[in-house]
Ligand binder design. Structure first.
Ligand SMILES: [Zn+2]
Length: 320
């Protein structure tokens, strides 16, 4: 079994069972659990999906307003953050597997971002700042002629969450770094040459004609962590464009606290399990749905908009 680095470690099922059992009325009450409390939920994945994996692949998506040409994006003029605010504040339920956006460049595969990956990306970024030797290293290749239209290419080295694993290398492409009309289309085309388990999800569909599967790129925590470092890098040069045009939702400290409760203070009673007590930890889909329930209740700005005056620096967030 591979061990997670201590920064990423969560309470085990056995450890959680030793805490004080508390009953809660609704999902949002998870936020009020003390460090030594735990609660038991029913599985959150709605009926009709045979597994958490299927739900994460085919469940409903939140869709910020879409554009089908750069002219259209430009005419509207709103930034990705504003579009997310509109979409997140408008949700009427919370059974979602993530939010999606459509590029308007050559690679038109739909980009899918789950809130769990946004949290994990923020966690890797905080880790890289709070633990010596874990820095995220980025090297932008911003060729002045092409960068306006194609965005910057940025080579990234991101630490792994697994013990004794070296840094992960990849390249982010189409990173918006220039304040020009093309920044809208550049940011929608954000991509990378990275591959890992969180992204691999759909790979087996590449060779079949499953339209959904072949048309989706799952954004993972490594890419989000790297992008946060890109924001910081350009911010230090007084360039706010990567932040302004960021396609990834950045959690508030309160959302981080809630997410930590999901991993450390909640068990799920799952009747399909063979074990006697039928308890397990929350799976990916449970966590994703719980996060969306938070968004539905507290809205975008309180949950997935990091405000320096309220939250401090994302790099300094408390994850333990
Ligand atoms: Zn990854």
């Amino acid at each position: 079994m591979t061990n997670k680095k201590s920064f990423f470690r969560e309470a085990t099922e056995a450890e959680i069972k030793h805490k004080n059992l508390v009953k809660i009325a609704e999902l949002s009450d998870i936020a009020g659990l003390g460090e030594n409390d735990f609660t038991i939920l029913s599985p959150l994945t709605p009926r009709g999906y045979e597994s958490a994996r299927k739900f994460m692949k085919h469940g409903p998506e939140v869709k910020p307003k879409r554009y089908y040409s750069s002219e259209q994006a430009l005419r509207d003029g709103r930034t990705p953050i504003q579009l997310r605010e509109e979409a997140f504040d408008g949700i009427e339920k919370y059974f979602y597997c993530g939010y999606t956006f459509l590029p308007i460049g050559r690679d038109r595969r739909k980009r899918k971002v789950s809130l769990v990956e946004c949290l994990e990306g923020a966690r890797i970024y905080a880790y890289s700042h709070q633990v010596r030797g874990a820095e995220i290293i980025i090297k932008p290749y911003a060729d002045a002629k092409r960068v306006r239209i194609d965005g910057a290419e940025i080579v990234c080295k991101v630490p792994s969450r697994t013990e004794k694993q070296g840094k992960i290398n990849f390249k982010l492409i189409s990173v918006p770094v220039v304040d020009c009309p093309e920044k809208h289309s550049v940011s929608l085309n954000i991509g990378s040459d990275h591959s890992c388990n969180s992204k691999r999800f759909n790979i087996r569909y590449k060779y079949t004609d499953d339209k959904e599967g072949s048309g989706i790129v799952n954004v993972c925590a490594h890419e989000i962590a790297a992008y946060l470092q890109v924001i910081e890098h350009y911010w230090n040069e007084k360039n706010i464009i990567p932040l302004q045009m960021c396609q990834f939702a950045i959690p508030s400290q309160k959302t981080v606290d809630f997410y930590l409760r999901l991993g450390n203070n909640v068990l799920v009673r799952d009747e399909t399990l063979k074990s006697e007590d039928k308890l397990r930890k929350m799976d990916r889909a449970d966590r994703e749905i719980a996060l969306w329930s938070r968004v539905k209740k507290d809205k975008h700005d309180a949950t997935f908009y990091s405000k320096r005056s309220r939250d401090g620096d994302v790099a300094e967030y408390k994850w333990r």
